[in-house]
Design a protein around this ligand. Structure first.
Ligand code: FPP
Length: 272
């Protein structure tokens, strides 16, 4: 039996069924994962975690595989991180899957990413729903192919009333586009008669992430130290964690490492 009883982690291990054997092995007293679990304070978990999933191509390149193999294995990481966040009790998880700039990639790669996304939705929809996770896509969704939008619609509708965790997948997303859309929305409300002043609250409520807390922790995999046009407004006070681990290798252990590091930070929000 797994020895640690913090914030439902016993439940994680129990609910993984077949994988529980492996996790129990990882979590033997004194193991790296067990030590990490012990070092995490259940009362100070980030409410919202955002992730720039980077390094799929390099992961594949290192193995002399096509880039698509990196994206495909990246989906296993998505599954693992979604499950882990849910079990930890994280309120919101936002994953950057496709930026407005990613259209510059070769057509075949774009098609592969869209196909993998649809595959992920078809495979995971039931599991995500049963785990009481609410799914949302954020970005200029209307510009995506109808077949992708159809899957997103089904997933969003099925899980719309769930209350356990919000999973946002950012697709055809950029922070500047989001802010532009927010300004245009406010402008159109203004023209329709709501001529109250623009406030920070009004801007927040006009973003795709309206209603969610801002990310406490922003994780970027594969070592690049930049924001890449992600959640520009929302990350004003996020703690940034960059790891050299490539996204397809990033699993629960790495998430726990990120959370443990986050808890060592002194968040002052401009105070002293
Ligand atoms: C960055 O790696 C990754 C992406 C642009 C796509 C992320 C997509 C997935 C993990 C799969 C589909 C997503 C979901 C949510 C099911 P890169 O290709 O830029 O890697 P590189 O910098 O090493 O070339």
């Amino acid at each position: 039996m797994y020895p640690y009883e913090i914030f439902g982690l016993t439940a994680i291990i129990d609910s993984f069924g077949e994988r529980s054997m492996k996790l129990e092995a990882f979590a033997e007293t004194g193991s790296e994962e067990a030590v990490l679990l012990e070092s995490i304070d259940a009362g100070r978990l980030p409410r919202h975690i955002a992730v720039i999933m980077d390094g799929n191509g390099r992961w594949a390149g290192l193995r002399k595989l096509p880039r698509a193999a990196g994206h495909r294995t990246g989906i296993d990481s998505v599954r693992d991180i979604v499950e882990s966040c849910r079990k930890l009790g994280i309120e919101a998880l936002t994953l950057y899957a496709f930026s407005t700039e990613n259209w510059k990639r070769p057509k075949l790669e774009v098609r592969t990413l869209m196909r993998l996304l649809k595959e992920y939705i078809r495979r995971e929809m039931r599991n995500v729903h049963e785990n009481n996770i609410r799914f949302q896509s954020i970005g200029r969704i209307h510009e995506l192919d109808e077949s992708v939008r159809e899957e997103l619609r089904r997933f969003t509708e099925l899980t719309g009333q769930n209350t356990g965790m919000t999973l946002n997948i950012a697709l055809n997303y950029s922070g500047r586009a989001e802010l532009t859309d927010a300004v245009n929305r406010i402008l159109s409300e203004y023209r329709s008669g709501d001529q109250s002043d623009v406030t920070e609250e009004k801007i927040s409520n006009s973003l795709y992430t309206a209603g969610l807390p801002d990310p406490d922790l922003l994780i970027r995999t594969s070592g690049e130290i930049r924001i890449s046009n992600f959640l520009l407004w929302q990350i004003a006070y996020s703690e940034i964690y960059v790891t050299p681990t490539l996204w397809p290798d990033f699993r629960r252990k790495h998430l726990l490492e990120a959370i443990a590091t986050y808890q060592l930070r002194d968040r002052r929000y401009g105070g002293i």
